[in-house]
Each structure stands twice: as structure tokens, then as C-alpha cells.
Design a protein around this ligand. Sequence first.
Ligand code: PLP
Length: 398
Amino acid sequence: MAYLNENYLKLQAGYLFPEIARRVRDFCEANPEAARGLIRCGIGDVTEPLPRAVIDAMKRAVDELGSRETFRGYGPEQGYEFLRSTIAQHDYRDRNIDIADDEIFVSDGSKCDCGYVLDILGDQNKVAVPDPVYPVYVDTNVMAGHSGAAKSDGSYEGIVYLPCTAENRYLCFPNNPTGAVASREELSRWIDYAREHESLLLFDAAYEAYISQREIPHSIFEIPGARECAVELRSFSKNGGFTGVRCGFTVMPKSVVGRADSRKKLPLHPLWHRRWSTKANSVSYPVQRGAEALYSSEGRQQVRALIEHYMSNAKILRDACAKIDMKVFGGINAPYIWVKTPAGLTSWQTFDRMLHDLNVVITPGSGFGAQGEGYFRISAFNSRQNAEEVARRVQSLS
Ligand SMILES: Cc1ncc(COP(=O)(O)O)c(C=O)c1O
């Protein structure tokens, strides 16, 4: 019989979203009438249709595959040149950031990249994550054997949890779940720290398109020195609505190095390149054409409209909570509002109260880490009608 990967047995059964799903299912079964008016502001999934430019580009690409002259089989494992160069040009070089086309690696999304990148990093690394945290950073490391057992508060032995202040390995700005952003000065301090301690920063910029304040950096590579110590993860899920289509990318500068057992410093780029060549065949051609279309002038306008839609929802939800004197964070440069729970209630108690009394699903902050206790997250990914209705219902919490 084959042995299994014991690390999976360390994972906690009550992973956040399945637990939310279970409670919502139980509620709906017991209260079918109320279930009809249930509004979900929990999981951060987009609700609005794909931009027209994407649909047209994907249809054209499918037609190309339908004729012998234009048919394409396997594409380059790191992504088609047309998409890599479009990304490098628009997201980086047009903003005076030095990134070469072949430093872009197209993938099926940032969640996947969070796990894939561990393939090229040694098991002996000490891993640090913020707390609260996007749970994927932690669970992928547990699966790879980079942690000890789970503790009673849901954290794992061997992983360093940073109460959203000091040192780090994974950075996520704009942040999921708190909606916080990092200033240029704060990011510069991270880069200084990483260079001094020879750390690697994994910078998750999945929500960069939601930044509204001009002074906030969109990329870690806006900070001098980042090319020496940072890898950036980007996604088309939240700007282009690609959560179901699946496409994202990593930026792996050729100047980022890691240490071999021989103590020699070697670049990560060739390992990452090799990882893709061996383990993947990139993302389908129509999807890559769809992603490319997000950068056309039409596509850019349509992305802007999508973001404005979600951020107007964020304002409605944020204002509604503030109106009843709840302490709110985020919702200005990110589609998430991070709210202090009403006095005396834990995150899960607030979840249950909002589910039962308001028929609104939110995400309990404690599900993102011990430091998230006492908070909950409201997602602005919704229709305008639902956002307005949630804002109305929230008033009864006062
Ligand atoms: C911080 C963060 N990174 C990555 C992702 C996943 O993005 P993708 O859909 O590209 O896998 C999410 C999705 O919610 C996220 O919140």
C-alpha cells in the first residue's frame, strides 16, 4: 500500500470556508423561508460578468483553434510571449519598473502559485506569515511539511505568526482580510529588512487594482532593492473577474537568489522556469487571449467600471457600519471591510447572529488567524441591490 503525505493529516478539519458553508447549510435547512432572503458577503468571489473585451477575445481564440491554419496545441509552459510582454509592459515598464518579459510566468491563478512556489524553496526555511492571514499561505506550507502540529488556537508549531506588525515572509497588500494597505515607507522597511537578513518576500498583490490612493504602491518592485529579494504574485481574478476563468502570474526577477546546501547563492529564476517546463503546460490559449484583452483600451475601461462597481459597494457597506458606530477598517483600497465585532461577541458569535438575525453571511475574523478574533470581514463582491440591502439590515445591529 502506498504511504500518504502525513502532513495533510496535520491540517485542521474546520477550514474556514467549509465551516461557513456547513453553518449556512444547516441554517437554510432549518429556515427555508429566511434562506430565500439570504445574502452572502462571505467568500471573496466576484459576482459581475466578464468584461466584453475578454469575451470577444476568448471567442476569437476559440475560433482560431477551430481551423487547421490557426490551430495551436501545446503553448510555451511559462505562458505565451504575447501575454508575458503585455503584462511586463503595462503593469511594470509603463510605470518605470524594470521587469523583463521572461520574468513573467503565467499561471492558473495566485492561489495555485502560493503552493507552486514552495517547489523551489528549501524545506529548512523558516516561514513567517501575517496574522490574520489569507489561509492558503499557511496550509500550503503545512502540506509541504514546513510546520509542526496544529495548536489549539488553530495556529501551527514552527510557523512564525506576525501580529500584522514586524517581520514577514508573506506580504499581502491591499490585504485580505483586513483591507489594509502598505505605504512606500513601510514597504521600504520590509525590503531593507529582507536584504539585511537575506529573506525572501512573497508579495501577494491580488488586489492591487483596487488601490484608490495615489501614494500607495501597486507593486513591490516600485521599491528600490525589491528586485534582489522579492517575488510578486498577481491575479486576474479580482480585476478582470477571472475567478472562474483562472489566470494569474508571478514576477520572478532574475536577480533573486537563494542559498544551496553548498552555501552558494544561486538565482531562483532558472528553477522556477524549470518547474513550469516539467510540471505544467501553462493556461489555455483562449484564457491567455482573454487576459491579454484586459490590457486593451476597451478592456482597461471595462475593468475600471467593474472596480468602481465593487468599490461603491464597499463604500455603502463601510458607511452603514460606521453609521451605527462600529469600528471599520479597509474598504478604501480593497473590496473588504474589516469590522470590530459588537461588544462581548466573538467572531463566530457575530457570524451566527448576522446569519440568524439579519440573514447575511459574513466571514468571522478568527478564521484568518488568532489575531482576527473580535473582527469580521464583509466582502463588497456583490450586486448593488444586495450591498444596499445588507447596509439596511446592518442598521438593526445598533
Ligand atoms: C490574497 C489573495 N491571494 C490570492 C487569491 C487567489 O487568487 P486566484 O483566484 O488568482 O487564485 C485570493 C483570492 O481570494 C486572495 O484573497
